[in-house]
Design a protein around this ligand. Sequence first.
Ligand code: ADP
Ligand code: ADP
Length: 227
Amino acid sequence: MSYLSLQDISKHYPGKKKNALQDFSLTVEKGEFIAIVGPSGSGKSTLLNILTGFEAPTTGSVILADRNITKDAPKDRDMALVFQEYALFPHMTVAQNITFGMKIRKTAKKERQEKLDWVTKELGLTEVLDVLPKNLSGGQRQRVSLARAIVRDPKLFLMDEPLSNLDAKLRDQVGDLILATHKKLQATTLFVTHSQEEAMSLADRIIVLNDGVIQQIGTPQAVYEKP
Ligand code: ADP
Ligand code: ADP
């Protein structure tokens, strides 16, 4: 049995002629790193929103670790999200944003501090620990939301363009950290990106979405190399 399975998912939004996803099926093994690429409007966000539970599929099921989670609320799904619109708490500092989830889960103070030190060092955030989100750059905010996700030690990461606001150097660095964390935690990762280069360098398999259907799926070599 595969770790994550999407079975015949279709999604219809009111007033739309075409389905955002059409009979979409996919199985993902534990430990896989999947990149999802495709033009704007191809259904990438819809797919992530169905996985998180922010949207319900019109038909079809989502099975995670042998459990049918199609109707579970977002908070009951054990996944870590790195989404642009998944806002940081505006009244909390960077450090508080990163450690909040660990407090809720009653992680010991010493471990919280260790993880905060480690992750902020890795992500170049040590200078902004006491800063509020509104005073951060877009790239810093993106790294804080990544830090917040990483310290959860999740089994499943869902990431929506987590490198898009970073300059080239940080993009490489943070991309390396994402991959290292994925491996260290033996996590499963679904990663939406516009960048063929990112997909090539990070993913075990790439899914090319088009008009709500899988146009291509395979290893980076199979998808991008000319025959
Ligand atoms: P992508 O993330 O690849 O840009 P989306 O999943 O956002 O694609 O969109 C897929 C299709 O679903 C598009 O035609 C889009 O207009 C439509 N869509 C997405 N979200 C909504 C919504 N909340 N209401 C109506 N239509 C939507
Ligand atoms: P170790 O294998 O002993 O954890 P690392 O150098 O990988 O060695 O990690 C050192 C410290 O960094 C750990 O004790 C932990 O606090 C923190 N750390 C490492 N990986 C993660 C992670 N994925 N999430 C949170 N903290 C981490």
